[in-house]
Write a protein that binds this ligand. Structure first.
Ligand SMILES: [Zn+2]
Ligand SMILES: [Zn+2]
Length: 224
């Protein structure tokens, strides 16, 4: 699904959208920005969605993507044109355009997911558009970050991450039988069992993320 041909096809589809959506005088700006991300499927999905949705039906080229927050593979981004900025929530399943920067972020679930008590607490943390970190092309393919749960090399995965290696058998912790054997149960049914498992794992010593654990299909793609 992530092969070069599919990416090229997606770039072509976005180019077409741009020709319809953006004024002729600004199309080159839009296309130049698109080209930066021609191998980054995460960014391409966002750019494609932007031109499909065209916030407020403004026909402005997208010129910057910034990362405001990220947690458990969910990203709060800021999509910028030369005149406007839009909050955008993205994960591997898709994205959602939220409020404009001027109004501040108001969606309560989004605020609480990223640990903010309210709109004001968020605005305090993110005071200016200029201070937002710009998204770097292909940063999600960065080998020092677990491709599944987002843990950095040397730190623990989020429990349940399919990339985590089992400290008992060396297999895939979310797939092998060790967790049942350790607790002597048929299945894990409640929070209590999960807590017990976490304790067992802590005693045994969990294996932190390392780039060698990346699924091989990703490793191959990076060298292609
Ligand atoms: Zn992980
Ligand atoms: Zn195991």
């Amino acid at each position: 699904m992530l092969n070069n041909e599919a990416l090229q096809e997606q770039v072509g589809a976005i180019e077409l959208l741009i020709r319809y959506a953006v004024a002729e005088s600004e199309q080159n700006l839009a296309l130049d920005f698109l080209r930066i991300f021609h191998k980054d499927s995460f960014a391409l999905d966002i750019i494609q969605d932007y031109y499909r949705t065209l916030p407020e039906a403004r026909e402005e080229p997208l010129v910057k993507i910034s990362v405001l927050e990220s947690k458990e593979q969910v990203f709060l981004l800021l999509l910028s044109t030369n005149k406007h900025h839009y909050f955008y929530l993205a994960n591997d399943d898709g994205g959602l355009l939220l409020d404009e920067w001027e109004q501040g972020l108001s969606a309560p679930q989004v605020l609480s997911f990223f640990g903010y008590s309210d709109h004001d607490a968020f605005s305090k943390q993110h005071q200016s558009v200029e201070s937002c970190r710009e998204y770097v092309a292909s940063e999600r393919l960065n080998e020092d970050i677990c491709p599944s749960c987002g843990a950095e090399a040397g730190s623990l995965h989020i429990l349940g991450c399919p990339v985590e290696v089992c400290p008992w058998c060396g297999g895939q912790l979310s797939r092998c039988n060790c967790r049942f054997e350790q607790l002597d149960v048929e299945e894990l049914t409640d929070e209590k069992m999960l807590n017990q498992l976490e304790e067992c794992l802590a005693n045994k010593g969990r294996i932190p993320y390392a780039r060698e654990q990346r699924p091989s299909f990703l490793a191959k793609e990076n060298t292609a």
